[in-house]
Design a binder for this molecule. Structure first.
Ligand code: ARG
Length: 266
């Protein structure tokens, strides 16, 4: 069973601009955000049977909802994030506390070694992929592969709109991949292509990449993704998945969507 960490959007809002999606002039609507987030939790629980854990929201930390950025978790070990921007650094202690209180073996990275958790570290069981340049530091992946004893391919993210790996790269449970190639440098595109057979990967069209189609949550044969992504839905359906579109446009104003709002704990 899939086990996910989420944080209610009680204090979610656009209070600073640290990615091109965030504009102070484009505020989120708190009621709509709450309703969209609640809908996401219902789909996860009722349609996929995922078990959800909830963090306590904290006033003044509007991005704490994006629990994908809490850290990297594997086999009972958690490496908490070290955020690049001061605006999010206050979150570190709360994520660290949550992992400690829930019995994880917590291994912190050195100060200044930026790493933004599962937002930048994803992958397939035998091959993990780490995004760097925009937020996480490439050096973090040497340390993380040591800690988790797993191979990590570091890939460079070149488009500021796709600043976390999970905004442009989504491995599915059956080994397939949804991704947006232009978000990666040419070499990373080659590396990714060498890992996943052509018929197993779907290059999401630009308009759907802009809707954050790649910021999908895959639980077994279910794919929960933002609304407005018909071509992505057609592809996953043809590959045997059931799609569940959820309207999450309030969170897109902060540069996030379904996947960012969850952290896989298994
Ligand atoms: N406003 C947040 C930031 O810029 C959004 C984080 C989205 N999280 C993610 N895993 N992509 O840091």
């Amino acid at each position: 069973m899939s086990h996910l960490l989420m944080c209610p959007p009680d204090y979610f809002g656009i209070e600073y601009e640290i990615n091109p999606w965030m504009r102070l002039s484009n505020q989120s609507n708190p009621d709509r955000a709450r309703a969209q987030w609640r809908h996401l939790t219902q789909v996860l629980q009722n349609e996929t049977g995922a078990k959800l854990e909830f963090m306590t929201p904290i006033p003044g930390l509007p991005d704490l909802v994006f629990t994908a950025n809490a850290g990297a978790v594997h086999d009972g070990t958690a490496v908490p994030s070290r955020f690049r921007y001061p605006e999010r650094q206050q979150e570190e202690q709360h994520f660290m506390e949550w992992f400690t209180q829930h019995g994880y073996d917590v291994i912190p990275l050195d100060q200044g070694m930026f790493f933004e958790g599962a937002g930048d570290l994803l992958g397939f069981p035998d091959c993990w992929v780490g995004g760097y340049r925009q937020r996480s530091d490439i050096r973090a992946y040497d340390r993380l592969s040591e800690i988790f004893r797993n191979r990590i391919l570091a890939v460079e993210l070149v488009d500021q709109r796709f600043y976390h790996l999970d905004t442009c790269f989504c491995p599915l449970s059956g080994g397939e991949l949804l991704y947006y190639p232009p978000a990666f440098d040419a070499y990373a595109q080659t590396v990714i292509a060498s890992q996943v057979a052509p018929e197993q990967r779907f290059a999401v069209p630009p308009l759907e990449a802009d809707r954050f189609a790649c910021n999908a949550v895959c639980v077994d044969r279910h794919v929960i993704l933002p609304t407005g992504c018909p071509e992505t839905i057609a592809w996953v359906t043809a590959h045997g998945y059931t799609s569940h579109p959820v309207e999450l446009d309030e969170f897109l104003k902060a540069g996030g969507s379904a996947k960012c709002l969850t952290l896989t704990l298994d």
